[in-house]
Design a protein around this ligand. Structure first.
Ligand SMILES: [Zn+2]
Length: 420
């Protein structure tokens, strides 16, 4: 596959442009899972699968699959997947680049009548982004049997139950309690994704071969003070929940900065969500809720972070005017990608003469979930200024095209390894 071939670059551009239009018009680029625009994009993708001659289906977890059956009778399967949902006011490439690249690989295989010793499936994994049900990667969690009742029966802010939405889109929420039978036939799960960071761009490197995906933890923090009149309660009489929150925010930032330097591995922590009550100009904030997001490649740094943070909160509870409560609300463990697939991805990139590095991911991905039950690996392509989850998100078509050709080469290598 020639990555410079205009046949492929214009195919990639055309598909990305088409998906870009399926957004909430007032809020580009927004295509939230289960929304009207998401359904529109799904039927567009179904049509793309059909145009390529793929067998279309939706699995029990609501993943949309386009299957290219091998001419050899086999159950073996290679999956190339990513996602077409976005965060609110997100980008045009996150997830999308991976699905479009997979379509392009299949197009090349079909047009050149290449027979593979395994079935090849393009997956649009359902709802990769964190949604209103406080869950990400619905489709891949479903595949590995990690959607428990607590998650499936969760309601969103409009009271819609997650399992009902999965059923409406063609899944079967009753069958999501154990890993799918397809898993034992998986030869490899592959994913191309934009890096969502600045490493590749700054080092001018074409391909990042992902070695690991960090653990992700989320904690809710509730700070209870006392609301009161902003004019009459004197400064030394206050229990201002927002002031106490600001101490926690600063502490978290400084702690994460120190641990990231000490561990020399991926370590970041963010407080990006905060609700202030009653949130009024003339009232002392009585209550604050916030969410801490922590991503770590090192287990010991993660544990140290939690210990130090808990110690600090204890201290503040004893000496400060507010009552602070912290709860762990979500956790996804650190995972390593399959070593053999990492090697093959690197060789595939070398075959084209593309510069490449082995790197750790900063973000969570569907492939992290699948890697717990099947051989899985992913590659990153550069994106502009590392920006992602925002409308400015941008990746060069030529870079996506390079990644796509590496993906194809990878399928070719797996084919020759699985010939019998
Ligand atoms: Zn993504």
């Amino acid at each position: 596959m020639n990555y410079n071939d205009q046949l492929y670059t214009s195919f990639i551009k055309q598909k990305i442009d088409a998906l870009e239009k399926m957004t909430d018009q007032d809020n580009p680029y927004t295509r939230i899972v289960f929304s009207k625009k998401f359904y529109e994009a799904r039927s567009w993708l179904k049509n793309e699968y059909q145009k390529l001659g793929l067998e279309v289906s939706t699995d029990d977890a609501g993943n949309l699959i386009g299957l290219l059956n091998s001419k050899t009778d086999t159950d073996k399967i290679v999956i190339i997947g990513s996602h077409i949902d976005t965060v609110p006011s997100g980008g045009r490439y996150d997830g999308i680049a991976g699905v479009v690249a997979a379509l392009c690989v299949v197009k090349h295989i079909k047009e050149n009548d290449i027979n593979l010793p395994f079935n090849l499936a393009v997956y649009d994994y359902l709802g990769e982004e964190l949604n209103d049900w406080s869950i990400s990667c619905i489709g891949t969690r479903g595949m590995i049997g990690a959607l428990n009742k607590d998650i499936l029966f969760r309601g969103n802010s409009s009271g819609e139950i997650l399992k009902d939405e999965i059923d409406k889109i063609g899944g079967n929420s009753k069958l999501l309690t154990k890993p799918f039978t397809i898993i034992k036939n998986i030869v490899a799960c592959l994913e191309l994704h934009i890096e969502q960071g600045k490493v590749l761009e700054q080092k001018k490197i074409d391909i990042g071969v992902v070695r690991s995906i960090p653990s992700i933890s989320r904690f809710s923090v509730e700070i209870n003070g006392q609301a009161g009149h902003s004019g009459t309660i004197l400064m030394d009489q206050r229990a201002d929940a927002l002031v106490t929150s600001s101490e926690i925010i600063t502490f978290v930032n400084e702690l994460a900065l120190r641990l990231s330097k000490e561990s020399n591995q991926h370590f970041v922590s963010t407080i990006g969500k905060i609700n202030v009550h009653p949130n009024a100009a003339a009232i002392i904030p009585g209550k604050v809720e916030m969410t801490i997001d922590l991503r770590a490649s090192s287990k010991s740094s993660r544990e140290q972070y939690i210990t130090e943070l808990e110690k600090q909160i204890n201290k503040m509870n004893q000496s400060g005017p507010c009552k602070i409560e912290m709860k762990n609300i979500a956790f996804a463990p650190y995972v390593e990608m399959d070593k053999e697939l990492i090697k093959l991805f690197k060789e595939s990139s070398d075959d084209y003469g593309f510069s490449n590095i082995i790197m750790d991911s900063g973000a969570g991905h569907d492939t992290a979930h699948l890697s717990r039950v099947a051989p899985a690996s992913m590659i990153f392509v550069p994106c502009k200024d590392g920006l992602s989850h925002c409308p400015e998100e941008y990746a060069e078509i030529s870079d996506i095209s390079k990644g796509t050709s590496v993906l194809f080469k990878m399928v070719e290598k797996l084919a020759s390894l699985n010939q019998n």
